[in-house]
Design a protein around this ligand. Structure first.
Ligand code: NIG
Ligand code: FE
Length: 386
């Protein structure tokens, strides 16, 4: 038997319903069968089996974090400390985590993943994409994705994260491994394929080879590109019609035009620029050009060890020219687009009931009160968290 729950006393309800001009005030929302069944004025709410009064607080859709690397072991806090005193970030640091991840047991990897997913949920994230990419052998990549697929539908095979130490003299041999036996072992546990197209990682031709092989195995493509400098990755993503291209920190006018006409979502990861002390991507330029923008955490032990979508929103508003409304949209509906999902990232009837109550009167407080734990309650698929 399904029971319905009425959330009432909502001071401000952000639904992202395109037929509404901004959030509803003095609102209510009904959850039934794990889905949103109704939204509207509090005084017009239908009867439900149970009700919960949120006391005038703001309600938003759960965050959709479309980019994270939670399958790892080890710690790189010393690398972070060195960076803060002048050592630049480089892709090569990934190999430190590869060594620790290979040495970890399945139980350790699963426990670390569960700890980080729980940390994200407490901060309002209700959908998370998880990449492999710190195993870089056939068995280490496959076991990581098998573990991740128990916790999320959004799993990404990132065998092409960096060339592992045993292949440094034969990078094309490594690409052949990734597109051959590694892809075969990983595809059953993954929805997406990704590559790190950057100096120090993979060339545009290697990335194309990896993405094409993934597509032939039924995996949809996404790409890390233009993070550390300008490059051809964003153009490749647009040409291939990938769902999303992530980082987009260094973009030419042609890159912006290609994004605007392709429909590929540009996923911005401001926690990386914060944690590597780098220039932020120009979100305003992208939005003004009509590019679809998402915000995600990129939570990983190297370039950005935050799991906090509210921090990413605050940085996007303060440093990247986004309005609070644009940033919250990018962290919810934008993330859903970046994952090709229509059931999450908004709160219109029929959507998954992923609901976040903020201890604040408005979503604007997510940027206005940076660093403050404002997430008061979370429902995932209509079930209350903890
Ligand atoms: O998205 N850019 C590539 N991968 C990660 C960094 C991983 C690491 O430094 O361990 C990123 O920033
Ligand atoms: Fe990443």
């Amino acid at each position: 038997m399904t029971t319905s729950l009425l959330l009432t006393g909502i001071g401000e309800l952000t639904t992202h319903d395109p037929s509404q001009d901004g959030p509803l005030t003095d609102a209510a929302l009904v959850i039934e069968g794990g889905r949103v069944a109704w939204t509207g004025r509090r005084t017009e709410a239908p009867a439900a089996d149970a009700s919960y009064d949120v006391g005038g607080r703001a309600v938003i859709p759960g965050f959709v974090d479309s980019h994270s690397h939670l399958l790892f072991a080890g710690d790189r806090s010393e690398e972070f400390a060195a960076r803060m005193t002048g050592t630049p970030y480089s892709a090569g640091g990934i190999r430190t985590t590869v060594a620790a991840t290979r040495a970890a047991s399945d139980e350790q990897l699963a426990a670390n993943l569960a700890r980080l997913v729980a940390e994200m949920q407490r901060q309002g994230t209700t959908t998370v994409e998880v990449k492999s990419g710190y195993g870089l052998t056939v068995s280490d990549e496959a076991r990581g994705l098998a573990i991740a697929s128990q916790g999320t539908d959004e799993t990404t095979f990132l065998g092409a994260h960096v060339v592992p130490p045993e292949y440094v003299d034969d990078p094309d041999g490594y690409v052949a491994l990734v597109t051959g036996p590694m892809l075969e072992a990983c595809a059953p546990h993954a929805r997406w394929i990704d590559a790190f197209c950057e100096r120090g990682a993979f060339s545009v031709d290697q990335a194309r080879t990896v993405l094409s092989a993934g597509a032939a195995s039924g995996l949809r493509g996404r790409l890390h590109a233009n993070q550390l400098g300008p490059g051809p990755g964003v153009q490749l993503a647009c040409e291939l019609g990938l769902t999303a291209v992530d980082h987009c920190t260094y973009l030419s006018d042609d890159d912006v035009a290609a994004l605007a006409s392709s429909g590929t979502v540009a996923t911005l990861l401001p926690g990386v620029e914060f944690s590597t002390r780098s220039p932020y991507p120009d979100a305003r330029r992208l939005l003004d050009a009509g590019v679809q923008v998402a915000l995600a955490s990129d939570c990983n032990p190297g370039s950005c060890y935050t799991s906090s979508m509210p921090l990413c929103i605050a940085l996007a508003v303060r440093e990247m020219g986004m309005s609070p409304a644009e940033a919250v949209f990018a962290a919810t509906a934008g993330g859903a687009r970046a994952l090709g999902r229509e059931d999450v990232g908004h709160l219109v009837p029929g959507a998954r009931a992923d609901v976040v109550v903020l201890d604040a009167p408005s979503y604007i407080h997510l940027a206005y009160r940076p660093g403050v734990p404002l997430v008061q309650r979370v429902w995932t698929r209509g079930r209350p968290l903890g």
